[in-house]
Design a binder for this molecule. Structure first.
Ligand SMILES: C[S@@+](CC[C@H](N)C(=O)[O-])C[C@H]1O[C@@H](n2cnc3c(N)ncnc32)[C@H](O)[C@@H]1O
Ligand SMILES: O=c1cc(-c2ccc(O)cc2)oc2c(O)c(O)ccc12
Length: 365
């Protein structure tokens, strides 16, 4: 006997509208990408934080024939919370679009006008055709058995190469990835240097493992001049990096060696890797901090999955799916992190939830 009550017409229509929203959700990402590429958040910022459609027509590279379409784009972005439609055809920045303002005008950066906080490049990267092509392969990839898998990840299925393979062969994408990670690093470093001063007390050296172009290490060296900062990166990254005096670059493989330091930093690295690879990296990190007397610590900036709020849970689950599409890694909860630390012979950790959907984990030998 069917016990499910027949939905009312209202419930059916509500479910149908909800289904449309889910089905078209990718268009929100694309509308957001368009707004960034057209420079709309920056244009509104230059108008003092609020701009009419006519203001936008005057400042954006959009021909009059497309102005009616611009208005439709702005309406969707306002309903999605990217902008706020104050009065008809008048748009203001919201806290979200303030993160997309691409230059400092007079606010010194970081405070919401752009500069250090700007996340545009990150959004452009994760909405790029490279990522979306991988997502199109998800159903086929999920049906392929690991034993006979043609590809380790949906990304490899879509592109016939690993993420770093594509980063190496497509220079434009490689540059976008570097800029995206540097944008995230500026954002995190701003909070780290503002709130974690005591973490660097007595610390004389730090190595940022998989530290990209050195944005985080440079910010730490600048804020805490008593800390000698270096970056361990793959040789192909170090070869192209713009060397600056404040930070030393070491070419190598973190699975095999981590240079000795009081603090080993791993920001947005371990979520790219399987448990087995994370343990290899953590064991090398343990060797690096064990050369010091007293022994140093490992500092991880990454997700500790938990449901503090619906929004942060959704952000974490979306990043988890992104990692599944591109890497062998995942977003881990406290239990999974502790299991890794135990396997790599660490004695304990302290977790501080200071980066929104991500956390700071201090791990002790
Ligand atoms: C997701 S990015 C994170 C970059 C940086 N930590 C950040 O948060 O902006 C991962 C970094 O790890 C580096 N990487 C990957 N495999 C590595 C290895 N075996 N040894 C050292 N670095 C590696 C990559 O080149 C890349 O820059
Ligand atoms: O968009 C990415 C891609 C990666 C990534 C992909 C494949 C690898 O072998 C390593 C890294 O990592 C990312 C990441 O760590 C992040 O925090 C955001 C975006 C991406």
């Amino acid at each position: 006997m069917n016990m499910i009550p027949t939905p009312t017409s209202d419930e059916l229509l509500q479910a149908h509208a909800e289904l449309w929203c889910h089905s078209f959700a990718y268009l929100k990402s694309m509308a957001l990408q368009s707004a960034i590429k057209l420079g709309i958040p920056t244009a509104i910022h230059r108008c003092g934080g609020a701009a009419s459609l006519s203001d936008l027509h005057a400042s954006l590279p959009v021909p009059p024939s497309k102005w009616p379409c611009m208005s439709r784009l702005m309406k969707l972005l306002a309903v999605s919370g990217i902008f706020k439609e104050d009065k008809p055809d008048m748009y203001c920045l919201t806290p979200v679009s303030r993160l997309l303002v691409e230059e400092d005008i007079d606010d010194g950066g970081g405070g919401g006008g752009g500069g250090t906080a700007c996340q545009s490049q990150f959004t452009v990267m994760v909405t790029s055709p490279f990522h979306s092509a991988a997502s199109q392969c998800l159903p086929e990839w999920l049906q392929s058995d690991d034993d006979h898998a043609v590809a380790e990840t949906p990304f490899m299925m879509a592109h016939g190469a690993t993420f770093y393979g594509v980063r190496g062969r497509d220079l434009e994408f490689g540059a976008l990835f570097n800029e995206a990670m540097a944008a995230d690093s500026r954002f995190v470093a701003e909070i780290l240097t503002r709130q974690c001063g005591e973490m660097f007390a007595g610390v004389t050296s730090l190595v940022d493992v998989g530290g990209g172009d050195g944005t985080t290490a440079k910010a730490i060296a600048k804020a805490f001049p008593h800390v000698r900062c270096s970056v361990l990166e793959l040789p192909q990254v170090v070869d192209k990096v713009h060397v600056h005096g404040m930070v030393e670059f070491v070419a190598g493989d973190m699975m095999k060696f981590v240079p000795p330091a009081d603090v080993v930093l791993l920001k947005f690295v371990l979520h790219n890797w399987s448990d087995e690879d994370c343990v290899k990296i953590l064991k090398q990190a343990m060797l690096a901090i064990s050369t010091r007397e007293p022994k140093g610590k490992v500092v991880i900036i990454d997700t500790v999955a938990s449901s503090v709020s619906k929004q942060s849970l959704e952000a974490q689950l979306l990043m988890d799916l992104c990692m599944m599409m591109l890497t062998t890694g995942e977003e881990r909860d406290e239990k999974k992190w502790n299991k890794l630390f135990l396997e790599a012979a660490f004695s304990g950790c302290k977790i501080s939830h200071i980066f929104g959907s991500r956390s700071l984990i201090e791990v002790y030998p």
